[in-house]
Each structure stands twice: as C-alpha cells, then as structure tokens.
Design a protein around this ligand. Structure first.
Ligand code: GAL
Length: 380
C-alpha cells in the first residue's frame, strides 16, 4: 500500500472520528465551561514514534484526559513536517476544543496556529516551544537550560574532573572530548547546548578539555531530527578525521539517548570498550530503556531523566484550565520568548541518572521495571 494512500486513509479516519466526537461544538471554541467532558475533544499532536519517549508522552496525555472523561484525538507525524501540519489542520477543522502540540519544527505551524486562534482554540506547546507565533497560549516543559547544565556536569563527573557533590575531582586531564547537539529546528536544542557549553567553557578555556576536531559551533555539531544514524555517521567521521593518529576520545557530550546510542555504536565499531581502549564518557537524555540498560552495563555514563508522566499531567491541567475559561498556572513567565511573545510556562524539574540512581529514580518510581532494565526493552 502506498504511503500517500495511507496518509489519505489516516486523514479520512481522523476526520470521521473527530466529526463523530466533537458534536455541535465543532470549531466553535469559546466558553466551554458549561460543556461536559464527554462533549469536548483535545487534539494531541506528537512528532514521532521512533523515540519511545514520545509514545509514552502521547499515551500518558491520552490516558489522563480520558480518565477525566474527555475525548482525545492523538496523532503522530512520523517526523514529517507536512504530515504534522495536515494533522493539526484536521484537528482544527473537525472541532478540537484544545490543542496540545509537540512540534517537529518549532516554526512550521504558524498558519495552523492562526486557524486555531480564529476558531478560539487554545494551543498548548508541549515540551518544545512553538516559535514565531503569537497564538501559543501556554508551554509545558522541563527546565531545558538546566538539562544542558546537567549533561555537561555528568560529563565532568564521568571524567573525574568534578564530584557528584559539585566539589573538584581528582583527575587532571587534559581530556579529548567531542560535542553533539540536537536538531536545530527544535527550540530546546539551543537551551541544552547553551547550558552545557556555559558549564564546560571554564574547562575548555583552561585547556583541561580539548575539542580535538575543533567543531564547537552548534551548527557544526547539530543532528537533524535527533537521528541515531546521523549521529553514528558523524562520530565515525570524527574518529577518521581527528583520531587516526593514535589519540583517543575521552568523552562525548550527547544531548539525547538516541544520539548517544549512535555515538556508542561508532565507538564500539572502532574498538572502544575494551580494557586497553576504554569507552569514553557519553551523556544522554530521556532515560530511554535501551540506554538505561547501557548505563546499567557501564557502557553509557548517564542520562537526564524527565518524567513524562508529570509533563502529561501539566498538559492535562493546562487543557482543563482553558476549557474552564481559566488561565493555567505558570511557574515561569520570563524565560520562553518565542520570538513574538513570552509564553507563560510550567517547567518541571529534571534528574541526572548514573548507574547508581537507576533503582531509586526509575525503578522505585515505577517508570521502568527491573526486568525492563535488564532486558533493555519496554514491556508492552
Ligand atoms: C527534545 C526533547 C528531548 C528529546 C529530543 C528528541 O525536544 O526535549 O527530551 O526527546 O527532543 O526527541
């Protein structure tokens, strides 16, 4: 079956299901405070299913809204910008009452957001800030700058330059490191990289950390769509171009677990991970189960855990507030300027996870089970 046909089929099904559940409130927006939850539909647009975190996010938002009696239309866009635009368009024309959107490209949905505003549909930007539009009503995310600080800090700790309590470590260096950043069209990328580089700068300036390739600008180190394969290829290229003289990589700043796994594969293929050629310190983000296993096995150094259950809860709170004609509660009204306005935000805390933290942070909280960690795979 052709992909185009599948997209068309998906659209028809979406149109039908939204039409069926939106009742006479279709596209009307406005005061929903008198409507019963069963008469209200929340459109949830997620970027991709290739990363398990977005599947967890989508499921958590859907389940929590449905538990309150709302209808939910959840769509994944396969990391394809036109698909996401089309899915959001349809949610609007078929009468969604609130939209929750995690954008693929933070600047690509402006006309959809205008249509949402015209229909008085509030828009909640989910985890990734939508840029360049005044029609973003609320933002739920984590403290993204602190994610970058945490990633760089875990690199310093892994190298022995710093201790977990923040005190100076015993290692002297100098160490060879390489840097990776996320997708440039994702607003979070600048925050992650900014937080990380502010933290690493004193060590780079002092010569304790050396970026041997010389590639330190975000444009040089960014990985489009956060793809594992692209990251693997870049690491392979770095090893060939900058480490073919017998020198070794000691650490790699990675902004996301999928990228980390690409980096680790490239390193292992080049012989790293043996007694004589230690695997470098590699950071991460999202506590993806495959990476948690790698951390548990001593291959990946660390990840940054962002509890998607709490993020989903905030998205649900914000959606409900809008439906009741209230303003959602923000805890940050300064940081997230999207180029047109400062979007009120609710930011959640983050946690660094090293091997020693897996049990307390991830297993005891029910995020992953011990069996899943051992298997490196989520149980369905
Ligand atoms: C970012 C998100 C990260 C990671 C990345 C790749 O926007 O904040 O947690 O998931 O996308 O999916």
């Amino acid at each position: 079956m052709g992909r185009r046909f599948l997209v068309a089929l998906g659209s028809a099904v979406l149109a039908l299901s939204l039409a069926a559940c939106s009742g006479e409130g279709a596209g009307s927006g406005g005061d929903k405070s008198g409507d019963k939850p069963a008469d209200l539909t929340i459109g949830v647009s997620m970027p991709t299913q290739t990363s398990e975190r977005w599947i967890a996010d989508g499921n958590a938002v859907k389940q929590k809204l449905e538990a309150k009696g709302y209808k939910v239309e959840l769509q994944y866009a396969g990391d394809d910008i036109p698909t996401q635009s089309q899915q959001v368009d349809q949610m609007i024309t078929q009468g969604a009452d609130v939209l929750v959107i995690a954008a693929i490209d933070g600047t690509a949905l402006n006309s959809q957001l205008q249509a949402a505003a015209d229909a008085k549909i509030p828009v909640i930007s989910y985890d990734r800030l939508i840029r360049g539009s005044k029609n973003v009503d609320f933002y739920v995310s984590f403290d993204n700058y602190k994610v970058g600080v945490a990633q760089a800090t875990s690199l310093l700790v892994g190298l022995g330059l710093q201790n977990k309590d923040g005190s100076k470590g015993t290692a002297k260096g100098p160490f060879n490191i390489e840097l990776f950043a996320g997708s440039l069209d994702d607003n979070n990328t600048q925050y992650f990289f900014g937080g990380a580089m502010d933290t690493l700068k004193p060590f780079v300036d002092a010569g304790t950390l050396r970026v041997k390739s010389g590639q330190t600008k975000i444009e040089q180190v960014a990985i489009l769509r956060w793809q594992q394969e692209t990251a693997q290829k870049r690491m392979e290229d770095l090893l060939t171009s900058s480490y073919n003289d017998g020198t070794k990589v000691d650490g790699v700043l990675s902004p996301y677990d999928g990228i980390s796994r690409g980096i680790i594969t490239a390193l292992q293929n080049a012989g790293y991970g043996s007694a004589s050629k230690k695997i470098p310190v590699v950071t991460g983000q999202d506590a993806e189960i495959a990476s948690i296993k790698l951390i548990n096995d001593g291959v990946q150094n660390s990840t940054v855990f962002k509890d998607t259950r709490l993020l989903a809860e905030q998205a649900v709170n914000a959606a409900e507030a809008f439906l009741q004609k209230k303003q959602p509660q923000a805890n940050d009204t300064k940081t997230y300027n999207n180029g047109v306005k400062v979007v009120p935000a609710y930011l959640l805390p983050i946690a660094t996870v090293y091997k020693d933290d897996i049990k307390a942070t991830l297993i005891d909280s029910g995020y992953w089970t011990a069996e899943e960690v051992a298997a490196g795979q989520a149980k369905k």
